[in-house]
Ligand binder design. Structure first.
Ligand code: ADP
Ligand code: MG
Length: 395
């Protein structure tokens, strides 16, 4: 591991700047889903137990360098108090006198919450002056916001360059899970990549074919691969101008011994809506006036076989238009197959992506996966094989 954890740091009596993701959904000033807040509790408690004074740094929404009162973190304070059961002292700025006053007011065991880092234009520019002002507030930096690690911002990469730094518990769990899936996985490894478009996942596919043993391509993007092989897909979503690119990916896979799996049967409909009349046909038999909205049962059975033959699974992107029933069938069935194998300790399963997490939750499979990443963009960039600046800075 190229990064330190809380275990590697001496923290007694230290003021620890802790970057967290508490960018929670809110309606009329009330937090509607406190999941992200719940998730930082173990790190905060661990730091306090080690004698540290915890100072939280976080962004909230997109104020774009201006003070926007509705985007103040003061609105999150009550939910934080509820989750921690501790006194929270709010600092009305994340640097300078207001921040210093809040930190000195807080006793050990209290938590300091500093105002939205993105109220400063320098945050998203990783301005060294802003980073230095933040660093001046503490002795040690702990980054627990993996979801913000794909951007080099003052409160992520900037401060980390100036203070002794470590990953928080949440960041540590995420990095370990991702390492286990792609860094140094138990083979064979299968990757499932679905979703709407090839164009948004080109880099991801390019990275995966060189690293995994099996690549399952599903969802709308499979249509582009079918078109590339001369199979007609009627009115389906397909990026015909990406056909050559799809073939390059197939060639790259062949060269590196990665087996690509495409649908063998498909569920087609004339309308993109819930309950639309549909039929299951062979992959070469999509009617001219129909579109492919899901994979068929033969495809699912073949996938389950591939999963059974593998030790590690990494998944991004649903296999069909899962938001509209019954076109969630393949995604649900494949998710449950992966969940069963994981529960039986035959498979390490890691999944991420906004729609993917929603789909796996809908399938009732998420809780049985080894790890579900809610990090969105950071998870995808990691799957693309990119170095995340927020993680690199912990090295
Ligand atoms: P994630 O958010 O997990 O990265 P994506 O955004 O790439 O996933 O893909 C999810 C979207 O792909 C969903 O909106 C889903 O409806 C769409 N999709 C999947 N299969 C198809 C299909 N065959 N036709 C049209 N849309 C599809
Ligand atoms: Mg999406």
């Amino acid at each position: 591991m190229a990064w330190k954890t809380i275990d590697d740091m001496g923290l007694a009596g230290k003021t620890v700047l802790t970057r967290v993701d508490i960018n929670v959904p809110m309606e009329n000033g009330v937090v509607t889903d406190a999941t992200r807040i719940q998730k930082i509790v173990p790190t905060v408690e661990d730091l306090i137990a080690r004698g540290a004074k915890v100072v939280l740094l976080a962004h909230f929404d997109r104020p774009k360098g201006k003070v926007v009162p509705e985007m103040s973190l003061i609105h999150v304070k009550a939910a934080l108090v509820a989750a921690l059961g501790r006194k929270v002292v709010f600092g009305s700025d994340c640097v300078g006198d207001a921040a210093k006053a809040a930190i000195s007011e807080a006793a050990q065991g209290d938590v300091v919450l500093l105002e939205n880092t993105r109220f400063h234009g320098g945050e998203e520019k990783n301005d060294p002056k802003l980073a230095a002002e933040m660093a001046a507030l503490g002795d040690v930096f702990v980054n627990d916001a993996f979801s913000a690690a794909h951007r080099a911002h003052a409160s992520t990469a900037g401060v980390a360059a100036l203070l002794p730094s470590a990953a928080g518990r949440l960041m540590e769990a995420e990095l370990k899970a991702l390492e286990a899936a792609l860094g140094d996985p138990v083979r064979p490894v299968v990757a499932v990549v679905g979703g709407a478009k090839v164009s948004t996942k080109l880099e991801l596919l390019g990275n995966l074919v060189g690293r995994v043993d099996h690549l399952v391509i599903g969802g709308g993007m499979a249509n582009t691969f079918l078109v590339a092989q001369g199979i007609e897909v009627g009115k389906s979503l397909a990026e015909r101008d990406m056909a050559a690119t799809a073939l390059e990916i197939v060639e790259k896979a062949k060269a590196s011994g990665c087996v690509i799996h495409l649908p063998v049967d498909i569920v087609v409909a004339r309308e993109f809506k819930a309950g639309a009349a549909n039929e299951t046909v062979g992959v070469k038999d999509c009617p001219k006036d129909a579109m492919i909205l899901d994979a068929g049962p033969k495809t699912v059975a073949a996938l389950a076989k591939v999963f059974e033959g593998c030790k590690t699974l990494i998944w991004n992107g649903p296999l069909g238009a899962f938001e509209i029933e019954p076109f969630n069938a393949a995604t649900n069935a494949a998710a449950r197959a992966a969940a069963r194998l994981t529960k039986a300790e035959k498979l390490v399963s890691v999944a991420g992506g906004g729609d993917t997490v929603a789909a796996l939750n809908q399938a009732g499979a998420a809780s049985d996966f080894t790890f579900i990443s809610t990090a969105g963009g950071a998870f995808l960039e990691w799957m693309e094989g990119k170095t995340l600046p927020g993680v690199a800075a912990l090295g």
